[in-house]
Each structure stands twice: as structure tokens, then as C-alpha cells.
Design a protein around this ligand. Structure first.
Ligand code: HEM
Length: 225
């Protein structure tokens, strides 16, 4: 079972994730229309690219945007959650050993204490992100079962990962559960809101272009509208 999951299962889930994200990206870009979006995508590429990069940069910078600064607790939860959600799968030593053995390459490995802190950070912040959706009326009204599902899908591999790490419960059972949940997460990325892993960058770039060109970015530079 372990060999099946870490061999063909791993390739298949990575393949579905990457191919699915590629399709989502192509569909997103094909769906853009300057008439509908009223964004001058090609007219002023320099100002557009500058605006796009600026927008992405400030959004991925903790407290970089006004939105992040006005909700400091949410900002801390968001960044603690995401630093672990991205860092642990790629840079955990145990994962890198598996990548090297099964895929023939590996990334740099992080220190185990840092990995423990980051994994706990993901679980604790996921709990608070869930509570936030349940208790804040302005967030609750926008939350659907899909939102709770992606929080669960994202944190389940971390919960089972820590159970294996501390060897509580049956190690082999939780290791298999951990790998299955990790692969379900990978496969679900293109089909759920987790596609924001790519679409975040595309939509921020789109909005950044809009602001970089029309909404103030080229003010006083002879823009036609
Ligand atoms: C490059 C990578 C990523 C970027 C740029 C990104 C960005 C974002 C943004 C902007 C939000 C919305 C925050 C808000 O509500 O204001 C979000 C939410 C979320 N992200 Fe990511 N994300 C990334 C990777 C991931 C990964 C790898 C996972 C899971 C494994 C993940 C899971 C989530 C979840 C569960 C939420 C919803 C949190 C909530 O319920 O409030 N993200 N992400």
C-alpha cells in the first residue's frame, strides 16, 4: 500500500494537480475580456506589469495592504497558516527523503524544531480560521460548506502528520492516512477554491493592472480614458 501511494499515487496526484491548475489558468486568461473587465491589458504593458507585480507583492507581504493592517489578528492567522501550508510539504526532511527516493529530486530540508512549530501553527490557525467563520456575522454569512471543507482538507494532512511525528496511535495506519489525505489535497486543488494557489496571482495581477493603468497609476500621463 505504501509503495502504491508513494509511487503511482504520488505521480498521479501531482500530475492531476499540475495539469488541472494549468487548465484553470488557461481558462482564466481566456475568460478575460477588456470590454467586460474594462482593464487595458495590452495598451500600456509597462504600467500594467508594474501594477500587477506591485499588487502581488503587497498582498503577500504581512501587513502590506490596508486590508491586512485593518485586521491584524486575521493577518497573523493567515500568514502562520500559509507559511506552514506551503513550507512543510516542500521542505520537511522526511518529505525530501521521499521525494529523492521516489521522484529523483529534493529541496532543502528544514530543521525539525522549526517544522514542529510550523505544523502546530497550521493546525492552531486553521482552528481559529474556522472559529472566525463561525462567529463573525460578516464572515459567517459568506461561508459555505465548501469553505469549511477546504479548511478541513488543508489541515487534515498536518493533523495526521503530527500524529505520525509523535508516534501516537498506530504509526503505519496514520502514515497511510497522512499520505492519502495529502494526495486528496493535491487532487482537490484544481477542483476547489484551493485553485487560489494559482488564481490568486492571476486575479491580483488583473486588478493590479487595472489600478496601475487606469485607476490612478497613469494619472497625468495622457491616458485616453
Ligand atoms: C502561493 C500560494 C498561496 C497563496 C498566494 C494563497 C493566498 C490566499 C488568500 C489571498 C486567501 C484569502 C484570505 C482571505 O480570506 O482574505 C487564502 C485563503 C486560504 N488558503 Fe491560501 N494561498 C496559497 C496557498 C495555499 C495552500 C498551499 C493551502 C492549503 C494547503 C491554502 C489554503 C487556504 C485556505 C484553507 C484558505 C481559507 C482560509 C479561511 O477560511 O479564511 N492556501 N489563501
Amino acid at each position: 500500500m505504501y509503495d502504491l501511494l508513494t509511487g503511482p499515487g504520488l505521480w498521479l496526484s501531482i500530475g492531476i494537480c499540475l495539469a488541472g491548475l494549468f487548465v484553470r489558468g488557461v481558462l482564466y486568461i481566456k475568460g478575460l475580456s477588456w470590454q467586460l473587465d474594462r482593464v487595458a491589458y495590452t495598451a500600456h504593458p509597462k504600467a500594467g506589469i508594474k501594477g500587477a507585480l506591485r499588487s502581488i507583492f503587497f498582498w503577500i507581504l504581512p501587513f502590506g495592504t490596508r486590508g491586512w493592517r485593518t485586521q491584524p489578528f486575521m493577518t497573523v492567522l493567515f500568514f502562520v497558516f500559509h507559511i506552514g501550508a506551503i513550507g512543510i510539504p516542500l521542505f520537511l526532511a522526511a518529505h525530501n527523503m521521499m521525494f529523492q527516493e521516489k521522484l529523483g529530486f529534493s529541496f532543502v530540508s528544514m530543521n525539525q524544531t522549526v517544522a514542529d512549530v510550523m505544523s502546530w501553527g497550521v493546525i492552531i490557525s486553521a482552528v481559529f480560521l474556522t472559529i472566525r467563520r463561525l462567529v463573525l456575522p460578516e464572515v459567517r454569512i459568506l461561508s459555505t460548506p465548501h469553505d469549511y471543507l477546504i479548511l478541513f482538507l488543508s489541515s487534515a494532512p498536518f493533523i495526521t502528520g503530527l500524529i505520525c511525528r509523535y508516534e501516537i496511535g498506530g504509526y503505519s495506519f496514520f502514515l497511510i492516512a497522512h499520505i492519502i489525505l495529502g494526495e486528496i489535497l493535491l487532487i482537490s486543488i484544481p477542483f476547489t477554491k484551493l485553485s487560489h494557489i494559482l488564481l490568486f496571482f492571476l486575479s491580483r495581477a488583473q486588478l493590479g493592472m487595472d489600478f496601475g493603468i487606469k485607476r490612478g497609476g497613469m494619472k497625468g500621463k495622457g491616458l485616453a480614458w
